[in-house]
Design a protein around this ligand. Structure first.
Ligand SMILES: [Zn+2]
Length: 341
């Protein structure tokens, strides 16, 4: 997302670094365990960027208390992503993560579609891949959930919160929803977008949201787009002092529905009434095509997420309880949207 439109702290991922990272972080070396950062055999580059694992992760409440959504499992999915190191679009690490995610989703019994495409970027033409889980419904209509899973092309940047957290939430969401056997009215689709992040340091059109623009265009072409009742995007949802503000650019009735659902669940201190938006994110790709859309995001870089787009966005910043609150709120909001005509 675009909030700071660049910044002086970050360094553009160089070709030389990419080469080193290709050599230093081949699949299998770090991808085998969620605790990859602690592996003694790990290349120095990777242990430097993966950050120290937290001495003790904060436990989420038991899944029964959060609608079946297991915040600790979501946390483990964040740890797993971070273990691959930096994961910018087109990188070998991202390809490894894609394979992991597809295998994981299939293991939950999810039907998984992938869309491999490529796009011209400031770094040349890059391969990209969207991953889409489709859980069928009985009536025409789709509730779409989304996250991006690429990390920004910055030196030593592993993106635990951006976008490990929301991707962890959506993987756990898929486990819960694909495992539910009772029929549902509207289908629920879960989109994992590639290439949300701008390839350049600055966020300038059209160098961002490649994956979501691709999926929105594909769904328009297939005729699925008008069936989407609501699109719920999550991005940067794992911090320890979360405050999700009401994005003025998001669709008002959908913001109202989610924030009032959160309040009913006792989360009004997290889903706060203050306005505030990201100024650019994957929901724009759907808003521009008149799909009701909302972004759940904490981009308060002054206090909540000072590590945003810096090498400090590491696993120790992630709170399993926050992931559980977000997952629970989205699960209950889906039930509310299922009641709508
Ligand atoms: Zn970002």
């Amino acid at each position: 997302m675009s909030f700071l439109r660049g910044g002086s702290r970050a360094v553009i991922f160089s070709a030389a670094l990419l080469a080193g990272f290709t050599l230093g972080c081949k699949s299998g070396e770090t991808a085998g365990t969620a605790a990859g950062a602690a592996n003694p055999g790990q290349p120095p580059f990777m242990s430097a960027v993966a950050g120290n694992p937290p001495a003790q992760a904060t436990d989420a409440p038991p899944a029964e208390k959060t609608g079946g959504f297991d915040g600790n499992r979501a946390y483990e999915q964040v740890a797993k992503q971070v273990s691959y190191g930096p994961r910018p679009t087109g990188s070998p690490a991202l390809a490894e993560l894609q394979n992991y995610m597809i295998g994981e989703l299939k293991s939950y019994g999810c039907a998984v579609d992938t869309d491999s495409f490529s796009a011209d970027t400031p770094a040349g033409r890059l391969p990209m891949k969207n991953i889409l889980v489709k859980i069928p419904g009985e009536k025409p209509g789709i509730i779409l959930l989304g996250t991006h899973y690429d990390t920004k092309r910055l030196e030593n940047f592993v993106g635990a919160d951006d976008a490990g957290s929301s991707t962890g939430v959506m993987l756990e969401m898929a486990r819960v929803l694909c495992g539910q056997k009772q029929p549902r009215k509207y289908a629920v689709w879960i989109a994992f977008f590639d290439a949300e992040e701008a390839v350049n340091l600055e966020w300038q059109d059209p160098d961002h949201t490649y994956g979501s623009r691709q999926m929105a265009a594909q769904m328009a072409a297939s005729g699925d787009l008008p069936k989407v009742k609501a699109f719920i995007l999550a991005d940067i949802v794992g911090g320890k002092t979360p405050h999700f503000r009401r994005d003025p650019a998001s669709t008002k009735w959908l913001v109202d529905l989610i924030w009032s659902t959160a309040a009913k669940l006792g989360y009004s201190g997290v889903f706060v009434s203050t306005p505030g938006g990201p100024g650019g994110d994957d929901h724009d790709s759907f808003l521009q095509r008149n799909v009701p859309s909302v972004d759940i995001i904490d981009l308060d870089t002054a206090s909540d997420v000072p590590y945003w787009h810096t090498p400090q966005d590491t696993l120790d910043k992630i709170d399993a309880k926050t992931l559980a609150i977000v997952g629970h709120t989205i699960l209950e909001s889906i039930k509310e949207i299922q009641l709508k005509k």
